[in-house]
Structures are given as structure tokens and as C-alpha cells.
Design a protein around this ligand. Structure first.
Ligand SMILES: Cc1cc2nc3c(=O)[nH]c(=O)nc-3n(C[C@H](O)[C@H](O)[C@H](O)COP(=O)(O)OP(=O)(O)OC[C@H]3O[C@@H](n4cnc5c(N)ncnc54)[C@H](O)[C@@H]3O)c2cc1C
Length: 386
């Protein structure tokens, strides 16, 4: 970002220096066997980057969301993949805002020092899809415990996380006045749960993202695992989702920068018809267009982060940042393959890997259609479609 503070520029330099130890060869090898990049996540944790949003009193660095965006953006811009760890940043916000003092004191210092990973976010289910309010996983209070039954899908990093933030229904939908009520948020100790009512099944996808199905069959968790008030879980995730969207948008900006830099370098070096291909405006202009698209989206990402950091509700800005940034990164990914011609498909250039990885963000964590629907209906006041 141009004209940024010395503090942010310093964070950028530090992230870049760490990422230099994880070049394309590292990511290619992990991608080939779909292995979790544990060494990279450990290095980020040791350097304190994943504890950026944890307040200093709990052992973190208490940075702003804007600074966290710079961290995630720079990881992507160096060719690394923050998808291996990004949830720790955004899940944190729900715990920070709504967790009890006891939960914060118990978990945050250990998340900060890396002895616990909070990487799993269990919201999506196979039958309800985007319609979160129809989710079926139930949590029923039984004395000092809740009993969980149901299934989650696409729970990324479930096999590599110690804790999961889980959204489940505590009051049947028919029994609540407003359909947004009756869902509750839990912090599940996954190590204790595994094999004792919770099973995890990995899903192989087009990129290395460690996504899983998670099955609950009479899983018993202590009532103290409830985050905030029972029945208010949907409100909590909506607030946390703004941070998630802004951070993912920052990652998309990093991806777009990587594609634009790679395409510019290749177009300057590659000679065909006895001149660099980048001398042809048919090759230059798509790169320039992607740059303009990325810069516009970048402004919205930082604007959204500022609104969040000032305590405002950036629903509109966070959604627009995610929409614009995911489209900018996907346009840049496509442009980068086109600029590389056949070599865009060769693994050793990393373009095809980044292309596959970048495709995710117009679908998850929220699809473009659902953002447009939010803007149309909640910002512009058009009639509701659902
Ligand atoms: C790799 C990966 C990682 C993920 N990680 C996580 C995770 O860690 N935790 C988690 O909880 N979830 C995760 N997800 C789930 C992700 O958030 C969902 O896939 C996403 O929100 C879309 O939901 P869906 O797949 O159920 O699609 P659906 O809801 O079935 O929608 C399919 C298509 O229909 C469109 N559509 C649906 N309804 C409407 C409508 N009313 N108007 C217009 N268009 C509509 C959608 O935009 C979409 O394009 C992940 C997904 C993937 C692929």
C-alpha cells in the first residue's frame, strides 16, 4: 500500500523476510501430496504474527485489523498460502468480543504462544449450504454438559487444530420467535472430542486446503464451552464474519499483487517474434487493467479495516472489500496464466498452483451472489429474495 505508516511497512518487511524461507519448492512439494504446511504455520506462530490480534494482556501484540490485513496480504504476495492459518486470526475476534474472562485467560495466552491451535471454524453443513439459519447440528443441554449431534462440512484445518469454534442449534427453529435466534457458539476441545463422539474425514479438493467433514455422534462437551449467551450465536458470527471478510480480502490483494508481479516479469523477459511479449499492448493492457482493479479493491480493504478498527459496523464495507478483492485476484490469476502461455500450466512456475488457490475466494467464505444480495437488499433496500 502506498503512503503507509512506518509501523505497517516494518510489519511487511518482517513477514516478507519470514516467507523467504518458504519458496515455491516448499509449497509445490506440500501441494503434490496435500500435506499441511506445519513448518510454515509454526514459523508464523513463533514470530507472533498469528497472535497479532490478541491483546497484549493475553500475550499477543494487540495490533489493529489493518495491521493484520498487512500480514495476510504480504504472505500471499510472496507466493505463500495463508489459508493454512488465516482462521486463527479471524476466529479470534469472536472469542475476544464474546468469550468469558475465564475462556480468554485460559485459551488466548496458549493460542498466542503456539501451544494450542485455534484453526477450525464449524459453520457450513451439507444440507443447509449458505442458508446458515437452517443448519441442523443440535446441542442439547444435559446437566453440566451439552450433547452434540450432527455434521459439518468444509471445516478447514480440522485435523490440525486443537480447538474448534462450532455453531449449533440449541433451540429448535420452530420454538424461536426470530429465525436468527436459537443458535449458539461453542469452543470445542478437539483433542478430547476426537474418537469420543467426533470423527473427522478429509475431503480432497483442487488445492491444498485441508478441508474436512466433521461428524458428531453424542459428543459431550462441558457447559463452560458455550461462548457468550445461549441462543445468540448467529449474532456473534455475523460480527466475526466482517473481520473474516476483510482479512480474506487482504489475502486476495496479496494474490493479485503476486500474479501482477509475475506476469510483468515474464512479459518483460519472454521473447517471441524477436521482442519481449510485454511490448505488445495485447499483453500489456490486461496486466495494467488488473493493476488498476487491484488498487481500487485495496483501497476498499483498508477502508473497511479502518471502519472496523474505529469500532464501527463495517458490514457494507467488509462485503464490498471481499467482493472487489476476490474478483481482482481472480482476474489477475486468469491474466497471469494467459501471459505465461503454456508455461502458465507448468507446476514449476507456481502460477497454476496459485491459480487453483485463488479460485476459492469468490465462493468461500461467502459467495459473490450472497454479497450482492446483501448489498442489494440490506444497503440499497431492494425487495428481499429469501
Ligand atoms: C475449500 C473450502 C474451505 C472452506 N472452509 C470452511 C470452513 O473452514 N468453515 C466453514 O464453516 N465453511 C467453510 N467452507 C464453506 C463455504 O463457506 C461454502 O462453500 C460457501 O459459503 C458456499 O456455500 P455452499 O458450498 O453450501 O454453496 P450453496 O449454498 O449450495 O450455493 C451454491 C451456489 O448457489 C448460489 N446461491 C445459493 N443461494 C442463493 C441465493 N438465494 N441467491 C443467489 N445465489 C444463491 C451460491 O452463491 C453458490 O454460488 C469452505 C468451502 C471450501 C470450498
Amino acid at each position: 500500500m502506498k503512503n503507509e505508516t512506518e509501523e505497517l511497512a516494518e510489519i511487511r518487511r518482517a513477514v516478507r523476510a519470514l516467507c523467504e524461507d518458504f519458496p515455491g519448492e516448499y509449497w509445490r512439494a506440500k501441494d503434490a501430496v496435500r500435506e499441511y504446511p506445519g513448518e510454515f504455520v509454526d514459523a508464523l506462530t513463533r514470530a507472533g504474527f498469528l497472535a497479532a490480534l490478541i491483546p497484549a494482556q493475553y500475550g499477543g501484540s494487540g495490533l489493529s485489523l489493518d495491521a493484520a490485513c498487512v500480514i495476510m496480504e504480504e504472505i500471499q504476495a510472496t507466493g505463500c498460502n495463508g489459508g493454512a492459518a488465516h482462521a486463527q486470526m479471524y476466529i479470534m475476534n469472536t472469542l475476544l468480543r464474546y468469550g468469558s474472562e475465564d475462556q480468554k485467560a485460559t485459551y488466548l495466552p496458549r493460542i498466542g504462544d503456539g501451544s494450542l491451535r485455534l484453526q477450525a471454524f464449524g459453520v457450513s453443513e451439507p444440507t443447509s449450504g449458505t442458508d446458515t439459519l437452517s443448519l441442523k447440528t443440535r446441542a442439547v443441554r444435559d446437566g453440566n454438559e451439552y450433547v452434540i449431534n450432527g455434521q459439518k462440512i468444509w471445516t478447514s484445518r480440522a485435523e490440525h487444530s486443537d480447538l474448534m469454534l462450532l455453531l449449533a442449534r440449541t433451540t429448535p427453529r420452530e420454538a424461536v420467535e426470530k429465525k436468527t435466534e436459537g443458535l449458539s457458539m461453542f469452543l470445542v476441545d478437539m483433542q478430547r472430542a476426537l474418537g469420543n463422539g467426533m470423527e473427522i474425514k478429509p475431503i480432497r479438493t483442487m488445492m491444498n486446503h485441508s478441508s474436512c467433514e466433521v461428524f458428531f455422534d453424542d459428543l459431550r462437551i462441558p457447559a463452560t464451552a458455550l461462548v457468550g449467551e445461549e441462543g445468540k450465536g448467529f449474532r456473534y458470527i455475523l460480527s466475526g464474519m466482517n473481520a473474516e471478510r476483510i482479512l480474506i480480502a487482504a489475502e486476495c490483494i496479496g494474490d493479485a499483487k503476486w500474479f501482477i508481479e509475475r506476469a510483468s516479469a515474464y512479459a518483460s523477459d519472454r521473447n517471441v517474434f524477436a521482442r519481449p511479449i510485454g511490448q505488445n499492448q495485447g499483453v500489456q493492457f490486461p496486466i495494467a487493467r488488473c493493476y488498476a482493479q487491484m488498487r481500487a479493491a485495496e483501497l476498499m480493504v483498508h477502508h473497511a479495516a479502518h471502519v472496523y478498527d474505529e469500532g464501527g459496523n463495517p458490514g457494507e464495507e467488509a462485503n464490498m472489500a471481499k467482493l472487489l478483492a476476490s474478483e481482482a485476484s481472480w482476474a489477475a490469476a486468469d491474466m497471469c496464466v494467459q501471459t505465461h502461455g503454456g508455461f502458465g500450466f507448468a507446476e514449476e512456475y507456481d502460477v497454476e498452483r496459485k491459480f487453483r488457490e485463488a479460485r476459492l475466494y469468490t465462493v468461500a467464505p461467502i459467495s459473490t451472489n450472497l454479497i450482492l444480495s446483501y448489498l442489494a437488499e440490506h444497503v440499497l433496500g431492494l425487495p428481499r429474495s429469501y
